[in-house]
Write a protein that binds this ligand. Structure first.
Ligand SMILES: Nc1ncnc2c1ncn2[C@@H]1O[C@H](COP(=O)(O)OP(=O)(O)O)[C@@H](O)[C@H]1O
Ligand SMILES: CC(C)(COP(=O)(O)O)[C@@H](O)C(=O)NCCC(=O)O
Length: 266
């Protein structure tokens, strides 16, 4: 039985598959621009077997969600909504359904991918940046949302008379950038990194343990070098040693896959 897994984000639609007859079969991820869903329709048409089931999360527009429903028809997409608990993962949001389903399934993805002894954080550099924490009892404590890398670039370009949309090479930036492009890129990296470091320090102080950090999202490459340097430095200062960042290509699809696997086993 073939299950289609769909992560409909604000910038891109990511798709993968789960084959109950062969759970280790191809888990590659296909990404589509919202304006290019014909390519997804082609992919679905060319599958060797018709999908029996589709599991999805969507944080994008209702119009795109309906387009996805039409592409998968007659197979209905089971769109996921956060609740108080999903498998082992508990939800401390005041109103669980208010939480983005991509954040919720992403956390399930990192939690179920490997045994983790202690708290963990999932940082997603997507359209928005989100930094979410799961404590050592597998409860999502809450998290922060701020504008993503592209949104910061474009808002500076659109909201000022003189600032360009600066390129974002992946590097550690000097403290005192001496050109406009470097000042913008370093400023965005500082803002993105600062939000993550603030959360990491709060978790380490609150729980007395160093959280593992999983990093995902299409915009992560530009932030990783500086984030790695800063988090190592904070970890050493706090007596935890260096903190490896663990890249995760598609935790949301991993979470949907864990759900598909669970309901197949049940
Ligand atoms: N080919 C691409 N298409 C769209 N966004 C891209 C691409 N490559 C990198 N990006 C960056 O990744 C972000 C989207 O990442 P993604 O994790 O797919 O986000 P979302 O889940 O919000 O759609 C964009 O905001 C942009 O900064
Ligand atoms: C925070 C988000 C915009 C992130 O979306 P993304 O960048 O992955 O497209 C999305 O998860 C969302 O719309 N969340 C709803 C509000 C919340 O999570 O509290």
């Amino acid at each position: 039985m073939l299950t289609v897994l769909i992560d409909a984000g604000n910038s891109r639609i990511k798709v993968s598959f789960f084959d109950a007859a062969d759970p280790s079969a191809d888990t590659s991820v296909h990404a589509f621009a919202p304006a290019d869903l014909n390519a997804l329709a082609d992919l679905i048409r060319q599958l060797p077997q018709r999908p029996a089931r589709a599991l999805g999360v969507s944080v994008t527009t209702e119009a795109i969600r309906q387009e996805l429903d039409a592409i998968l028809a007659p197979c209905p997409i089971q769109w996921q909504t956060p609740t108080t608990r999903l498998l082992r993962l508990k939800n401390r949001y005041h109103n669980p359904a208010e939480l983005g389903p991509d954040r919720w399934l992403g956390m399930l993805g990192v939690l179920t991918a490997r045994p983790v002894d202690g708290p963990l954080m999932l940082v997603s550099f997507g359209t928005a940046t989100t930094v979410d924490t799961i404590d050592d009892h597998e409860a999502f404590l809450g998290g922060v949302i701020f504008p993503g890398v592209s949104m910061m670039q474009s808002s500076l370009g659109a909201g000022t008379a003189r600032l360009p949309i600066a390129p974002m090479p992946a590097q550690v930036w000097p403290a005192f950038p001496q050109s406009t492009q470097a000042a913008i890129a370093a400023g965005i990296v500082a803002a993105q990194t600062g939000g993550v470091i603030r959360q990491w320090q709060q978790v380490a102080e609150h729980l007395g343990r160093a959280p593992l950090v999983f990093v995902t999202g299409g915009a992560r490459a530009a932030i990783m070098p500086e984030l790695q340097a800063r988090i190592d430095s904070l970890g050493v200062d706090m007596g935890f040693g260096t903190i490896p960042l663990i890249e995760s290509e598609s935790p949301v699809l991993d979470g949907l896959r864990a759900l598909a696997q669970h309901s197949t086993d049940a």
